[in-house]
Structures are given as C-alpha cells and as structure tokens.
Design a protein around this ligand. Structure first.
Ligand code: ADP
Ligand code: MG
Length: 455
C-alpha cells in the first residue's frame, strides 16, 4: 500500500487479485451486461486480513448495491477459484468515498456542480415575475438589494425546487455589483462546507475565516445541504453571529423552513428564523403564463396567449421544467422551420412526458422504470421490505416523482403501498443528500431520466 512491498504477501495478493478478476468475469456473465459493467467490473481487491478479503467499489451507492446483490455470488465463485473459505467485505473506495463530511476527494467534489452561473445574467429583479406565491420573498430580497434601512436580517427564503430561490439571491448579488459596491458574496452551502473543510485540512482556516471579514452581504444558498454536517454547521453558526453582531446582512435559501431543517442544531435554527422567513409557493397559472411570455420574448419569440396557456398548464410545479419545455419548443420551431403553435407545443409535451401528460400514468411509468433499471418488480418497490438496495430504489422513485411530477407527499405515499407522508419526505431528503455527494447515484438518476426521455 505504501510502496513497501511485503515479499511474503505479494504472491498471495497477486494470486488473490487474479482469482478475483476471474470471479468478477464469471459473475458478470450471469447478470445483465449493463449491471456487470456498472457494478461488478469496477470492484477491486484492497487487502486481506485473515480470511477476510476487503474489496472496494466506487462510492457508497455502488457499495450498497454490490453488497446486497452480488456479494454472496462473488464470494461463492471466489471460494471455488481459490479453494479457500474466504469472506468478502465490500467498502467504498477510499479516494472515491463520498457521503460523509470531511472526506470529499477532489475527483468527486469536482463532479458536483456548484453554481457557477455568471452574475449580470438574466437573474435580475426585472425578469422575476411576482405574484401572491412569492411576493414576500421578492420584497425581502429587494429590500436587501436596495440596502434599505429596514431590510430584514437575516432573510430566510424557502420553497420547492425550481421556484426562483437562487434567482432572487443572484438578483441581489447582481444589483449590488451593478451599483459598483463590493462586499457581496453568493455561496452555496456545499461550497461553504467544502472550503471550510479544505481550510481545516491544510492551514487555511484563518484565511477562510478572514475572507468573510470584508463581506457585507452574505448569501447562502441550499442551506439544507448542511443537515447532518456538524462541523460546517458550527462554522456557519459562528459566521452568523459575527455578521449579525456587526450589523451585516445575511440571506439564506433552503428547500424547507428553518423549523423543518431537523438536521440542524436548534441554536442555528432559531438564529435562521430570527428575521424574516418567507416562503415561495407554487406559482399560479397567470404567473406561469407571464413567465412563459417573458422568457419567449427574451428569445425574440412572441407567443400567442393561447399557446402560452397550454405551456403554462404543462408544468404547474416547477418553473425550471416550464422553461425547459419552452426552450425545447422554440428549438424545434427553429430547427424545423415551424411556427410555435398549439400543435408543436403538444408534440413536445407528449414527447417529454408521454401521451397522457403528467398524470397518474407517468408516476407509474417512473415506478416501472426504476424497477426495471435495478431489476426489481414494481411490487417490491411498493412493498414493505427494507433491504438496503430496495430502500435506495424506493427513495429514488420518491425523489423522481416529487421532483419531476410534483405529486404531493401524501399521494406518493399512497402510490408506494400506503406509506406515511413523513417516511416519503424522509426518503426524498435522503436521496437528495445522496445525489449531492455521490456521483454514482447521480449517474443512475441521469440514466433513468434519460430512459424516461426527460434529460
Ligand atoms: P430554485 O433555486 O428555487 O430551485 P431557480 O431560482 O434556480 O430555482 O429557478 C429556476 C428557474 O426558474 C430559473 O431559470 C429562474 O429564472 C426561473 N424562475 C423561477 N421563478 C421565477 C419567477 N417568479 N419569475 C421568473 N423566472 C422564474
Ligand atoms: Mg436553487
């Protein structure tokens, strides 16, 4: 391991590794090729201790998968190959381990996309459509941006995915920069945590902390990421106090209210909700029409009100999805030399979501697709079994249905064999966290989306 080859051990390791390669091949032949390629092929022998052979898989997601699905088969075949009574243990590969704080390897971390969107982009207050569902959040953000005396501090904005939280933070940042003021910083919670950990690891902690001293407005996005991340929470808590005591501005965004961020300590939660807590709810139909109209206009397309309506009706739960549909429509029109009319919109919506739109059939399609992808029956996913690999598949199903179809927690619970809504929320959060840190899980999610023609 450390370059000091143990001459006694070396031949044994060599034999073991060779045998394991053969075992992998033999097992891979018995399962669908895609799964062999994805799960079995990347496995590696790490070390041996007594009769235990430790193998590694890239990422926690695959580790769970392998241990549930293939480990006993691999063990059996390896025993045959070596005629030894060995035991296999699978672990996430050290330099690719993910999922717990403090061990983000560079490779994985870089595959996580922090927001890198340039300021000065289209995330402005002008381009933000205001309605009852987001007025309070909008006004709070505007007050911060215009440095009004009674700007709420801290301002905490929460709401579902794709409803404009990041847009508002970026709008504050943009406004600040436009007036040539320095000292406004946007950071995602991931970035905050990553920089903090990196700093703590080397000798950069002082630099990290000092970098906040010149900041007058700190915007922290996706705070939910810090749940269960004890050290980073504590750091944020200290930065919070520093800002607050010196009268500097803080703005936070999250998918839940401070109260519901159960993975944060109470003292931080109470700080977060000590100013204005503003939620963003689902936009009304008129707002969605207006968003569509403006987005099209920005691209030089003027839409018929009727077409706007059809588009707005197609994605009630997520403005990002709505924009995606609009962009696809515009692209099709350009490429095919067609007008943007009802027919074209319907075609695109059908292509994206299947002929019956985003109704109940589509959630069933998600279930079938996830089941198919992992080689389960739909009934297994709906059923009570708590085997780790099934639980993962179940959580992914919940995540996709919620994120893309926007079904209520309750409805998803009914779909999945009558589960309680709290367990659905729990599953959603678990998957969300996993997707944040485990690129294997993300790859899986992307694959399924692609198979559903959503990506
Ligand atoms: P969130 O951070 O809440 O997940 P974003 O701020 O990234 O969502 O918004 C997703 C997309 O929807 C962005 O392109 C954003 O500009 C757009 N959007 C969301 N809400 C509005 C709104 N009220 N008016 C205009 N565009 C919006
Ligand atoms: Mg966001």
């Amino acid at each position: 391991m450390d370059g000091q080859l143990n001459l006694v051990e070396q031949p044994e390791m060599y034999r073991l590794k060779k045998a394991f390669e053969r075992a992998k091949e033999r097992v891979a032949e018995t399962i669908p090729p895609m799964q062999g390629e994805k799960f079995v092929k990347p496995l590696m022998v790490e070390r041996k201790s007594g009769r235990r052979v430790y193998i590694s898989a890239p990422g926690e997601f695959k580790t769970t998968w392998v241990s549930e699905k293939y480990l006993s088969r691999l063990t059996r075949v390896l025993r045959e190959e070596l005629k030894e009574d060995l035991e296999l243990v699978v672990e996430p590969r050290l330099n690719e381990q993910s999922g717990s704080e403090g061990c983000y390897p560079d490779g994985i971390y870089h595959s996580i996309s922090y927001v890198t969107e340039e300021v000065g982009s289209r995330y402005t207050f002008d381009s933000f459509v205001v309605g009852d569902s987001n007025r309070v959040a909008y006004q709070g953000a505007l007050a911060v941006a215009s440095r009004s005396k009674d700007a709420p501090n801290p301002l905490f904005i929460y709401g579902g995915t794709g409803l404009g939280k990041t847009h508002l933070l970026r709008a504050i940042e943009g406004e600040w920069k436009r007036s040539r003021m320095s000292g406004c910083r946007y950071v995602t919670a991931q970035q905050f945590s990553h920089e903090f950990i990196e700093g703590a690891r080397g000798n950069g902690l002082d630099d990290f902390r000092r970098s906040f001293q010149t900041i007058r407005v700190l915007l922290v996005d996706d705070v939910e990421f810090l749940e269960e991340k004890k050290k980073s929470q504590e750091e944020l808590f200290f930065r919070f106090n520093e800002f607050y005591e010196s009268g500097r501005q803080l703005v936070f965004c999250s998918d839940r209210s401070p109260r519901d961020l159960r993975g944060l300590p109470a003292r931080l939660r109470t700080r977060l909700e000590s100013g204005l807590v503003a939620d963003i709810r689902l936009p009304e139909l008129e707002m969605r029409q207006e968003i569509v109209r403006r987005r099209a206009e920005e691209q030089g397309v003027s839409l018929d009100p009727e077409v706007c309506l059809v588009l707005a009706e197609s994605a009630p739960n997520n403005v990002r999805t709505l924009e995606g549909i609009l962009n696809t429509v515009i692209m099709h029109a350009r490429v095919g030399g067609r007008f943007v009319d009802r027919d074209l919109v319907r075609e695109v919506i059908e292509q994206k979501f299947g002929s019956s739109g985003r109704g109940s059939v589509t959630a069933e399609a998600v279930l079938r697709m996830v089941a198919h992808h992992f080689g389960f029956d739909v009934e297994d996913i709906k059923g009570p079994c708590r085997r780790q690999d099934l639980v993962l598949a179940r959580h992914l199903t919940i995540y996709i249905i919620r994120e893309h179809l926007g079904e209520s927690w309750k409805r998803i619970g009914q779909r999945l064999g009558g589960r309680d809504h709290t367990s659905i929320i729990h599953g959603f959060r678990k998957m969300k966290q996993l997707l944040n840190v485990d690129h294997e899980a993300r790859a899986c999610y992307q694959d399924i989306k692609r198979e559903l023609s959503w990506a």
